[in-house]
Structure formats: C-alpha cells, structure tokens
Design a protein around this ligand. Structure first.
Ligand SMILES: NC(=O)C1=CN([C@@H]2O[C@H](COP(=O)(O)OP(=O)(O)OC[C@H]3O[C@@H](n4cnc5c(N)ncnc54)[C@H](O)[C@@H]3O)[C@@H](O)[C@H]2O)[C@@H](O)CC1
Ligand SMILES: [K+]
Length: 443
C-alpha cells in the first residue's frame, strides 16, 4: 500500500489530496449506512486520524450531528491540515460521550504496537454503546500485515478498507472483527497479487462433450473407504465427466455412476486424488509413490500429506495441488515466517505445488506468486469429512480445467457456497446435495 501511494505521489498526486479522496469515499459509505444518525469520530495522531477529520467535516456538511474526540495532537502534515479545516470543538477520547454512530479513525496501517489498555477499553466501550460502528481502513489494534490483534478490539459493523484490502482484512483473527467489508476506491492502482477469492465463472459442458473430454478423475482408496467415498462423490458432482474409484477392498455405499477398479488404473485420468482414507502404513506409501511416479497431475490431501511430511518428496513428481490444514501445513513446511499469505506463498514456491492452506481463512497460493484468500466461510464447515469433500472437488475441477490454481480457487469457492446453502449443523455428506446448486449459480 505504501509503495502504491508513493507511486501515486510520484505522478503528482499530493498527500493531502489523497487524504481528502479517502475521507470523501469513507464519508459516502458511512452516510449511506447511517444517514443523519449522530456520529462520534475518534481521531488518532497520524493520517488515519486525518481521514477522521475529513470524514467529520464532510458528514457535518450533510447535516449530520458530528462530534470529534482526538487522541492527542495530530503529528503528520496532512493530518494537521485536515484538523485545521475542522472549526468545531475537539473532545478527549477518554471522556467523550457515546453517539449513535462510532467512527474509529485512531490508527490504520501505521500501527506499530497495541493500543494502551485504557484507550483500547474506551474504544470497545464507545463502539458497543453505538448502534453502528465503522472502522476506517482497519480496526485500531489490528496488525495490518498479519491480521493479529495487538490489543482489545471491538466487533465493528463495517470496516472501510482504503484503496485495497490489506492481509488483515482477509486473515483471522482480525477478519472476524470487521463486520461488513467495504472497499473505498481512492484512485490508487494496487500492484498486489493477493486477491479476495471471488466467485468463479464456470462453463457448462460443450454440445459435443463426452465423459472423457469433461475429465476423468481417479480417486485412490486405502484403509478408510468412507473418507475416500466422500471425496469420490464430491468429484462426481464437481462437473467432471467420469470418476473411477481405485479400491481393492469392499466399498460400502456409493453412487452407481462411480466406477470401481481394483488395480491402480490411471488410464485417461486428467487428475488423481490421493490421501483421504489412504492410511499411513507401508502399503499406503507404496500407493502414494505409484501415483506420484505415474507423473500425471494429482491432488494430495490428508494421509498423503502426512506421509510426504514423514518421508519427504525425494525426486517424486510433486502434487499439482496440496490441501493442508494448519497441522498438516506445519508438519510439511515447518515454522515459516510472516502472515498466513506469506507462509502459503513460501510453501507453494518451495514445493512447486498449488497450496490450499485451509482454515477459517483459506489461502490458495501458486508457485508463481498468485494468491487468493477465502474469508467468511461458514463456521459449520468445521466438521469431519468436509476436507474430503474439498479434496474431491479440487481433483474434479483439476480434471475439468487442467489448471491447478484455477481449480483450487473454484473448489474452495464451491465448497464454501455449498456449505452456505446447506445452512447450519450439516454433515459433510449434505454438501453433496447442495453442490449442484452452487455450480448452477456460477454458470
Ligand atoms: N498519504 C497517505 O499515506 C494516506 C494514508 N491514509 C491513511 O493513513 C493511514 C496510515 O497513516 P499513518 O502512517 O500516519 O499511521 P496511523 O495513522 O495508522 O498511525 C499514526 C502513528 O501512530 C503511532 N502509533 C502506532 N501505534 C501506536 C499505538 N499503539 N499507540 C500510540 N501511537 C501509535 C505511530 O507513530 C504511527 O505512525 C492509513 O491507514 C489510512 O487511514 C489515507 O489518508 C490515504 C492517504
Ligand atoms: K482505524
């Protein structure tokens, strides 16, 4: 963000002009949400506080009863200018009375440490006392680059991101405190490769499609066929044309459309899934090695990730996609530094695989530096078997598209949307029923 701002300054945009633009964009969003409800604007010492002074002036010009409470003096040139354009009184944050709307312009991207305990408590109190609370750029107390909470932060109704989403807007734990995210355009082009995962555009099969052109997915079973079956069923509903389940043991209930093979028959497979229900014994490792040695694109999940973490990749073909949760990720890649986005990108770069680093904030990272973050997933997804469904979907979309990053993004989106459609308290099997509607919505 700082580099993008500097690039704008280099082309003649001035610092204060940018603050006026940011303040106007934020004021417009607040106005639409709250209209003439009275507002208390909390202004910090830096440019975030400067934005607050601009917002206050513009809301007052629209007839809103606005009060300002500042945390000390304004210390940057632009924020001093914004403050001098405000001719009303300035109260003290520690003593100001609450209002119907609270606007937090204490600290933004310049935050370097947590707020003083008393200030953080005051922010929480004033926010809870308001009907609507807005955070300008970021909730004060949130670390912009990692999404960590450096001090107590209230739950905001709206967070107005200025210019671009920062990692904290998408990553946990911070993202849970943002409420509705609003992106304010301040006319700065962001060179970032990190995106909020958007809805994919999917294609229906062409008029001449047949099952092989739509993609054959081979799903490799092992010890626990239940998990493998969930994956296979998800792959069968992913848009792929053919699912072959490779299992040399009896398989309980399965759609009749899923074809079984006792041998490791990967013929015509456009994608292979290995891991869910695989087991971790020598036979499981042999199967995994056989899949990797076959050389085609494959998705590794669950036990396959555990086995790779134990035994290393050696000179085996790397998975096209890996889908680790937190524990699997750290076993595979160790303690990497930086935000979850940084860690996912480092893992993708070092492994040469697309990495879906799962969680409440799943990060999809590609070896070439692209990344997308899926935030706002249903917390009901935290139930057994949903990972098997995601892995099946990823393999299915890989067979359809042939593009690991795109496939992983589509799979994560469809998985999240299927969960949303399933409502509360579903079991992983229920996602199979809502997947076709999730796909239909994206055609
Ligand atoms: N030209 C620009 O740089 C623009 C910046 N904008 C706004 O400016 C913000 C960044 O402004 P700043 O870099 O001035 O930083 P902030 O306003 O976020 O913070 C101000 C200063 O407070 C001090 N500080 C940090 N943590 C503290 C703590 N816990 N307690 C007490 N003091 C603390 C630091 O010295 C920091 O530089 C953005 O989030 C955005 O809201 C927008 O106005 C758009 C234009
Ligand atoms: K803020």
């Amino acid at each position: 963000m700082r580099a993008a701002e500097q690039a704008a300054f280099d082309t003649g945009v001035d610092d204060y002009g940018l603050m006026e633009t940011a303040g106007a964009a934020a004021a417009e969003i607040i106005w639409r949400a709250g209209h003439k409800r009275d507002a208390l604007i909390l202004c910090g010492p830096g440019n975030n506080g400067g934005d607050g002074f601009v917002i206050a002036r513009l809301l007052r010009d629209r007839g809103v009863a606005v009060r300002i409470a500042a945390l000390g003096d304004s210390r940057t040139v632009s924020s001093q200018r914004a403050r001098s354009a405000w001719d009303g009184p300035v109260e003290d944050v520690m003593t100001a009375a609450p209002a119907g709307q609270l606007v937090d312009a204490l600290f933004g991207t310049g935050l370097t440490r947590g707020l003083d305990e008393a200030v953080a408590a005051r922010l929480c109190h004033l926010s809870e006392a308001a009907t609507t609370s807005h955070a300008i750029d970021l909730p004060s107390g949130v670390d912009s680059d990692s999404g960590a909470l450096l001090s107590a932060v209230p739950h905001f109704d709206v967070c107005i991101a200025l210019g671009a989403y920062k990692p904290a807007h998408l990553l946990q734990p911070a993202a849970a405190y943002m409420g509705r995210l609003a992106l304010a355009d301040i006319g700065i082009a962001m060179p970032t490769e990190v995106h909020h995962l958007g809805a994919p555009a999917l294609c229906a099969p062409g008029a001449n499609a047949h099952k092989y052109t739509r993609g054959l997915v081979a799903v490799v079973a092992g010890e626990m066929v239940g998990a493998t079956c969930l994956s296979a069923e998800a792959a069968a509903r992913s848009g792929a044309g053919y699912v072959r389940l490779i299992a040399d043991v009896a398989v309980p209930v399965l759609s009749h459309a899923i074809v079984r093979s006792a041998s490791l028959d990967l013929d015509r497979a456009k994608a292979v899934l290995v891991g869910p229900g695989l087991g971790r014994d020598d036979a499981a490792w042999d199967r995994l090695v056989a899949v990797a040695k076959a050389g085609g694109p494959f998705v590794a999940d669950a036990d396959a990730l555990r086995l790779f973490a134990e035994k290393g990749f050696g000179d085996l073909t790397r998975p096209a996609i890996m889908t680790p949760h937190e524990g699997e990720f750290s076993r595979l890649f160790g303690d990497l530094r930086g935000s979850k986005i940084d860690r996912a990108l480092a893992a993708a770069r070092s492994s040469g695989s697309v990495v879906v680093y799962k969680g409440a904030d799943s990060v999809i990272a590609a070896p070439d530096g692209r990344a997308a973050v899926a935030s706002g997933a249903s917390p009901w997804l935290s139930t057994a078997g949903t990972g098997d469904v995601l892995a099946g979907l990823a393999a299915g979309r890989l067979a359809v598209t042939g593009d690991p990053f795109r496939a992983a993004c589509e799979a994560v989106w469809l998985h999240g949307d299927a969960a949303r459609r399933a409502g509360p308290a579903f079991v992983a099997d229920d996602l199979l029923a809502t997947l076709p509607a999730a796909i239909a919505a994206r055609l």
